[in-house]
Ligand binder design. Structure first.
Ligand code: NAD
Ligand code: WQD
Length: 339
């Protein structure tokens, strides 16, 4: 069992990963500045696991916060979620994104180097793939220039980490390229709690269902897809959390820097998601068709063979589970962690 530092551990994917880590018997230390989360998620993680974790409120951009953690705990590996993720906002305040996501990641790896820790799992994104690639996307396909500054920070950090590990063979880095994380722990006690108007499809759908939003705007119905709406690879957040444990096991014994896609390999259109949500949950979702959203691609889904073969990871949950669990969380927590 290992002692794992989880940056951004109070957030959506981080909290689910902390729970899986605790359930697997690991010790967990969370470093989070709570800029997009609340400590309530961590109380709930501890309740669900009947285990304790350590929480340090701090910022990956601040050396003193990082050194304090690395001096206080004998960390074996770091899972790095901390960062900003709102695509639209990244176009308005790019420097804030570069600072949190790029400078923050550089700061973190410098602190790891000072502490002699070289095992890292990094939250990357399918957005790093060149838009010209045809799905299913595999890790040998070229990356491209992402259409927004958020995606750009993910690409840059991937490249920095690759170069760092080329220069110093002590590093062992997993780049996990997430497709579209949705769903929640089956208890409905932890889940996704976006601030303000959701950018992503699933929280928007659940907020319409719970009466917080009037109707869903479906961005584009003239794509070259099964029904004209955009196709994505939705992945249950618990499956995604478990991919981090698989990557950790791999990185504890191997060195170098390597990328893995984390998706189910299945594409679903926006209309398919909306219709399936209505059917499995017995609620109706008001919607309208709206113009395409700038920067969106028509189709994106994963080839996840590499994760299966090398990490022994596969997705266990299907779309119905994702939709049921998203709704179970939202229904029990109509205003998220605010209660
Ligand atoms: P989230 O916002 O719920 O979690 C991120 C956490 O990081 C939050 O708790 C926030 O308070 C914390 N944080 C932000 N800046 C920080 C800083 N400077 N120092 C310390 N803590 C900081 O987001 P999430 O959906 O859980 O995403 C986790 C990671 O996965 C992010 O890096 C995100 O970019 C990446 N990712 C997410 C998705 C997605 O669709 N959710 C897809 C691909 C990649
Ligand atoms: C999914 C589909 C939309 C909202 C983004 C980031 C990516 C990653 C995950 C996070 C698309 C459509 C959406 C709505 C809609 N990042 N949609 N109405 O765009 O695939 O990926 O989130 O950290 O980097 O780009 O996900 O959930 O926003 O959209 O019709 O109100 O739903 O057009 O086809 P996306 P999404």
């Amino acid at each position: 069992m290992a002692k794992i530092l989880v940056t951004g551990g109070a957030g959506y994917i981080g909290s689910h990963t902390c729970l899986e880590l605790l359930n697997a018997g690991h010790d967990v230390i969370v470093l989070d500045n709570l800029s997009n989360s609340s400590e309530e998620s961590l109380y709930r993680v501890q309740e669900l696991s009947s285990k304790k974790l350590d929480f340090v409120q701090g910022d990956i951009r601040h050396d003193q916060d990082l050194d304090k953690v690395f001096n206080q705990y004998q960390i074996d590996a770091v899972i790095h979620f901390a960062g900003l993720k709102a695509v639209g906002e990244s176009q308005q305040i790019p420097l804030t994104y570069f600072d949190n996501n790029i400078a923050g990641s550089i700061n973190l790896t410098k602190a790891m180097e000072r502490a002699g820790i070289f095992k890292l799992v990094f939250s990357s994104s399918a957005t790093v793939y060149d838009e010209a690639n045809i799905s299913p996307l595999n890790e040998n396909m070229p990356t491209g220039m992402p259409s927004n500054n958020y995606g750009y920070t993910k690409l840059i950090v991937e490249q920095l980490l690759e170069k760092m590990s080329e220069a110093d063979p002590r590093w062992s880095i997993a780049l996990l390229r997430y497709f579209n994380p949705v769903g929640a722990h089956k208890s409905g006690h932890i889940g996704e709690d976006p601030q303000g108007i959701p950018n992503n499809l699933m929280p928007y759908v659940t907020q319409v269902a719970v009466g917080r939003r009037e109707k869903l705007s479906i961005y584009g119905n003239d794509y070259n897809t099964v029904d004209g709406t955009g196709v994505r690879d939705y992945i249950h957040v618990v499956d995604l959390a478990n991919a981090h444990l698989c990557a950790l096991n791999n990185r504890l014994i191997n060195n170098g820097c390597r990328a893995w896609n984390i998706g189910t390999g299945n594409g679903s259109s926006v209309l398919e998601v909306k219709n399936a949500f209505e059917k499995v949950n017995g609620v109706s979702i008001a919607f309208e068709f709206a113009p395409r959203r700038s920067g969106d691609v028509a189709i994106s889904f994963a080839d996840s063979t590499r994760a299966k073969e090398e990490l022994n990871w596969t997705a266990k949950f299907g779309l119905e589970d994702m939709l049921k669990d998203s709704w179970n969380w939202q229904k029990q927590n109509p205003d998220g962690y605010q209660k």
